[in-house]
Design a protein around this ligand. Sequence first.
Ligand code: SAM
Ligand code: SF4
Ligand code: SF4
Length: 339
Amino acid sequence: MITDRLQRPLGSLRVSVTDRCNLRCRYCMPEQEYVWLPKQSILTFEEIARLVGIFTSLGVGKVRLTGGEPLLRHDLASLTAMLARIAGIRDLAMTTNGLLLARQAEPLRHAGLGRITVSLDTLRPTRMQDLARSDRHADVLAGIAAARAAGFPLKLNTVVMRGVNEDELVDLIEFGRAHDAEVRFIEYMDVGGATGWSAAQVFSQREILEVLSARYGPITPVATGDSSAPAERFRLPDGATFGIVASTTAPFCRSCDRSRLTADGTWLLCLYAERGIDLREPLRSGASDAELAELIASTWRGRTDRGAEERLGVAQRAPLYQVDGLRADPHREMHTRGG
Ligand code: SAM
Ligand code: SF4
Ligand code: SF4
């Protein structure tokens, strides 16, 4: 097992398959214009599968497809099938906004995708217009229904923002219960791309628990058995469970085994890392699997990243980058890194 300088294993990889998106969530893509990764830099399915194979040979067992919006990548089921054949992967998942899921759920299940997380910030179509500049709320609900029908274990991700959707926590728990999907409430993070972020809009884990316990009664923590899981899980008195990802007020960097591969083959050791490691260049200039594995392993052994914990120490916390900084290097964008 390869571990970094803080003894954290190289355990999970998030693979962003495109930086494009069909939503404009205000906590992720609030701007009118974006600089996109050049087309010729985007890894082919074969290149992605080769890199993922090398990562799994080094101990990665969990792989999550993400984006941008992963379902915008043409024929994602083919890539899924290629990844599903890699022996070392024990958990193959996807995070999606769900807009295009209704048609793709069944082929993805058939291709070997194991589970799906759908981002669902509101149950109100008009609110989605304001929050994500889209009137396609019904398509998300259809996507969730199709994923259930195809037999996927489902989770729902909700970024909670004060003054935007903190009044829907109970409704979302009930929606999750009705659809057999565990809800995970995510604190609004000051990641690259969140140019409108302010501390005042963060609705914290503590506040989320206050709202839910006022409605349901005493909430108890659930032992997860997976110390690297980003979400803390909780149980309501009636037995329903939910998660909270408290990356902003109570980060969990000490157990972080995650890294991220962007659609153009840039490998990021932390969500907050200023820059990544270019794996595309050696990949395309003929490096062997052993050489790529050595590059990845030696880089991971030197890792000390604790981005979210370091942000806690920043006085007068403000957005990580202004628009100019993001345009100068779109790899800094959450929608490029994959969340
Ligand atoms: N487009 C897909 C989706 O939204 O599910 C996958 C990519 S998206 C970048 C992955 C996750 O990042 C989503 O669940 C989204 O809610 C989360 N995210 C994006 N910006 C965020 C922010 N500023 N704070 C917290 N979570 C954020
Ligand atoms: Fe929203 Fe995901 Fe698109 Fe970001 S990448 S704008 S979170 S749907
Ligand atoms: Fe891991 Fe970086 Fe997130 Fe901390 S901020 S949990 S080190 S990715």
